[in-house]
Write a protein that binds this ligand. Sequence first.
Ligand SMILES: [Zn+2]
Length: 244
Amino acid sequence: MNDGARRVAALGLILAAAAPPPAPDPLAPEAAPAATPFFVRPFAGEHRLLNVFDHDLPLGAADRNRRAVDWRGRRVRAGRAQDGHAGYDFAMPVGTPVLAAAPGRVVVAGAEAPHACHLRPGLASALWVKVQHALPPAPGSGAGNGEAEQIVTNYVHLSRIDVSAGDRVAAGQPLGLSGNTGCSTLPHLHFAAARTWYTRDGTRTGVWFDPSGWRGRGRDPWVQHPQGAASTRLWREGEAPAGL
Ligand SMILES: [Zn+2]
């Protein structure tokens, strides 16, 4: 569950080289791009939620504020969430089918570069899949206006991969089987989403966000952070896992 090296690898591929047009103000009410929810649950049935997306703040080991705040703005006590976690962890038996959350193109399918793991000695390398999706425009939003936003989803700690980089996948299509590979001590699926975004310094880059959105009181701490991004709720009706 140490996401450091994985974060670097995951974000690297969606960094955009082009000079950005004027950056929108991430704190403006309209900053969270409207979108038609298009995610389906990345597994069948329900599996226990082990870890939430930490809105305060999803910075991995760099987040040392000793608190985790979930999408409803609730502070989650230590032991029930990981400070700095940038995705969702679901406990599930090894061998559970893992499904694409949305249509897209597989951009990574393989083993992570070996990296240090805070949970045990030595290097860890998870099997993982990354899928790139185009964000469907909201009705009436003027499709084709500006640059297409890109969203990626990551599926980590797999025991088997059934797709290859370059494959087109449909929503709900099996990508492989869950497992306990890499920096993990119990069988689970790490599911995370990132989007291209203009940070407050105007850089267009890939940033983690919460596909469950933000329903907390006040402003989302993550959107106020210099490297933060707005969290748009992307679960289709009836598709959010329990508690999300
Ligand atoms: Zn995780």
